[in-house]
Write a protein that binds this ligand. Structure first.
Ligand code: GDP
Ligand code: MG
Length: 163
């Protein structure tokens, strides 16, 4: 069976950039504008002989309210429920935000394995990039650069080892 990996995280952490790299497609909309990717996007990828499906979620807005924010949260929660593994992206340059903590709390209850990926870590040592993110209590953080590709293949191999 092809495992489905959901990319989750607050807007602007690099989910769509990672999606593009994992699927080598331009399907996902990458933009500086937070929250631009509103729908779930599915793409296929493969590492060695192992295929996988990736879902790019449209920003996790934990404050469930109404209108578009509610739709985004609903879609993301649905993607999380349907996934076999979750990659939770955070931004290594801005550090932990209150929104990251809310998402981490929700993901700690997930039944699937959750991988914490510290993005935008190009040019920084793994130890430096990940240090503060241990606090999120989601296991060993993994430093990557979605735009440069650093650590991405290794991370996916680690995720796929579970399947
Ligand atoms: P999303 O909202 O989580 O889907 O984030 P995007 O993929 O749209 O990326 C938001 C911004 O972060 C864009 O300007 C990207 O170019 C930038 N970005 C994404 N990945 C990296 C990375 O690994 N390093 C750096 N420096 N910038 C990145
Ligand atoms: Mg996006």
């Amino acid at each position: 069976m092809k495992p489905t990996i959901a990319l989750v995280g607050r807007p602007n952490v690099g989910k769509s950039t990672l999606f593009n790299r994992l699927t080598r497609s331009r399907d996902a909309l990458v933009a500086d504008q937070p929250g631009l990717t509103r729908d779930r996007h599915y793409g296929h990828g493969r590492v060695g002989s192992k295929p996988y499906l990736v879902v790019d979620t449209g920003g996790f807005e934990p404050v469930v309210d109404e209108g578009i924010l509610f739709e985004m949260a609903k879609q993301t929660l649905q993607a999380v429920d349907e996934a076999d593994a979750i990659v939770f992206l955070v931004d290594g340059r801005t550090g932990i935000t209150p929104q990251d903590k809310i998402i981490a709390n929700r993901l700690r209850q997930a039944k699937q394995p959750v991988f914490l990926a510290v993005n935008k870590a190009e040019g920084v040592s793994h130890a430096m990039a990940t240090a503060e993110f241990h606090e999120l209590a989601l296991g060993e953080p993994y430093a990557i650069s979605a735009s440069h590709g650093d650590g991405v293949r290794e991370m996916v191999e680690m995720v796929l080892e579970f399947f």
